[in-house]
Design a protein around this ligand. Structure first.
Ligand code: IMP
Ligand code: MG
Length: 338
């Protein structure tokens, strides 16, 4: 079984929480993270907060092997710091062909006024490294002796796991509308963030895929520049309790109410089979920490059902609080195979 988790808006939809939940509940034996260190995934688990920039959020399942895909771009300092802090050495592996971001890539971006002022880049060197990759001069993971014990042929490993009946989860990064091809260009990141792009970064084709889970937050946030339909004033964002700080750059996230048009298009762009919704408690406080569908207030249920009518895909997972365990899992009730 192969599943992909992709962001449906502008990143920060809560993919980390969704992946961590699935890793714990679905006996996931392998999890692959794509993208790069500009994307931070936050996981609250066991009373602790983890901010992950490269290690897959599935690390919470100690029996899960962790992988970084060929299309990813890794910063060695970030990688080794996270591996050591989380104690995942021995079960984390990097595709031989993953790209490596070097100091000069960060310096190039930091010097770039257009990226900083017009685009609002995170300036983590990701785009500059991608340029070098396209120009065929980027060094890959296989070129760094300090990574030698971590290297694998990921396609071969994942293929074997899928064929032996194992459950594999691929964790996308950022969101659909930050896609280089399908997002709000030029206010986008340096990769295709949709399910097809995520699969391509791992090295698997669409036929092997069983589930595409698109994650929406119950309101929309965006960091950096670019259009945000229905954007609220900062006072209104604070009023509604939607104020958030970006996990990599610390910037305040812009916010707007949930956008059904964007959601509908994201479902198509990702060929979603399921929707995971996060932060329902931020629009219906009475749903906070609820774990059963039947215990949701009627207005929250109706809101979710109206969303299903619009996107024509079941809302299978609903986050109702910070912790990984604050989740309503409707997959059995809705007859979605788990
Ligand atoms: P860059 O990819 O770091 O150059 O950033 C380009 C745009 O994508 C900026 O608006 C960033 O704020 C945004 N961006 C990049 N990564 C993330 C993410 O993980 N979450 C949210 N926004 C992101
Ligand atoms: Mg994030």
């Amino acid at each position: 079984m192969l599943s992909v988790v992709a962001g449906g808006f502008f990143g920060d939809e809560g993919k980390g929480k969704v992946v961590a939940y699935l890793a714990l509940s679905d006996k996931v034996c392998a999890a692959v993270r794509v993208g790069s260190v500009n994307a931070g995934h936050t996981v609250f688990w066991g009373g602790k907060e983890f901010k992950l920039r490269i290690v897959p959020s599935a690390f919470v399942n100690g029996g899960c092997k962790l992988y970084i895909g060929a299309g990813s771009l890794v910063r060695l300092d970030v990688f080794f710091r996270e591996v050591n802090t989380l104690g995942v050495a021995g079960r984390i592996f990097v595709d031989r062909n993953a790209g490596i971001i070097e100091e000069r890539h960060v310096e190039t971006e930091v010097r770039d006024e257009y990226l900083r002022n017009s685009i609002g880049s995170t300036l983590q060197g990701v785009g500059a490294a991608m340029v070098d990759r396209v120009m065929r001069r980027l060094k890959l993971a296989r070129d760094f002796p300090e990574l030698s014990t971590y290297l694998v042929d990921l396609v071969d490993e994942v293929w074997k796991i899928i064929n032996s009946g194992g459950n594999v989860l691929i964790e996308g990064t950022q969101g659909t509308y930050l896609s280089l091809y399908h997002g709000t260009y030029p206010y986008v990141t340096s990769r295709d963030t949709t399910a097809a792009g995520i699969l391509s970064e791992v090295g698997l084709g669409p036929k092997y895929l069983d589930e595409v889970i698109v994650v929406f937050k119950s309101y929309v946030t965006r960091v950096g520049s670019g259009p945000l339909p229905g954007e609220l004033s900062i006072d209104e964002v604070i009023n509604r309790g939607w104020i958030e700080k970006a996990s990599v750059t610390g910037r305040i996230r812009r916010a707007a109410p949930f956008n059904h048009d964007l959601a509908k298009r994201a479902v198509i762009l990702n060929s979603a089979t399921q929707v995971a919704l996060t932060c329902l408690d931020k629009i219906f406080p009475s749903s906070a920490r609820v774990k059963e569908w039947s215990k949701l207030p009627p207005e929250a249920k109706k809101w979710v059902e109206d969303l299903e009518d619009v996107v024509k895909v079941p809302v299978t997972l609903i986050g109702t609080g910070d912790d990984v365990t604050h989740m309503i899992d409707r997959r059995k009730d809705l007859g979605v195979v788990t």
